[in-house]
Design a protein. Structure first.
Length: 165
């Protein structure tokens, strides 16, 4: 990934959608990665921290590095050979439920994403959470949660009962 940072400004990219500017880059070697700058420097730093916290808790997230500067940028490895999460896939749904507690503790209000695009399923059936920008003090688009984010861990209750997911 160190090679990627030096080439970032010269690489073509593909927008991946979303409101905070995710881009997929391909190195001359064929390795692919995603760069994000978030809605603000604080937002992308928080997303990086949450990525590392989830990793430390044993939750699957892409490898990530944060590069500081005028515009902090997070680089993650692109998750190859994954498929979108499907609510009808009972095995994947069960695996995602196993990760509920870490996401609730970090107030990740956007675990699945509006279009079920924040979690992908690896070939071995494990989920990988590719966008954790809606955790901690920020909503998914980078707006602060303000008083809605607090130390009372209300997410342990509220996140359990949010239909249809």
């Amino acid at each position: 990934m160190d090679e990627a940072w030096g080439l970032l400004d010269n690489l073509p990219f593909e927008h991946l959608g979303g409101s905070t500017g995710a881009r997929r880059h391909t190195l001359p070697s064929g390795e692919r990665f995603v760069s994000k700058r978030g809605a603000s420097p604080a937002h992308i730093r928080n997303e990086y921290d949450v990525n590392r916290y989830l990793h430390a808790l044993g939750v699957n997230v892409p490898d990530a590095k944060l590069f500081n500067g005028d515009e902090p940028t997070m680089l993650t490895r692109f998750e190859e050979d994954t498929t979108p999460f499907n609510l009808d896939d009972k095995a994947a749904s069960y695996r995602i439920r196993e990760d509920f507690l870490p996401h609730a503790l970090l107030a990740n209000w956007d675990v699945l994403g509006m279009d079920l695009d924040n979690v992908l399923i690896r070939p071995d059936g494990t989920p990988v959470y590719v966008d954790v920008g809606g955790a901690g003090p920020f909503r998914s688009q980078g707006v602060p949660k303000h008083d809605a984010w607090n130390p009372n861990l209300g997410e342990l209750e509220t996140m359990q009962y949010q239909p249809p997911h």
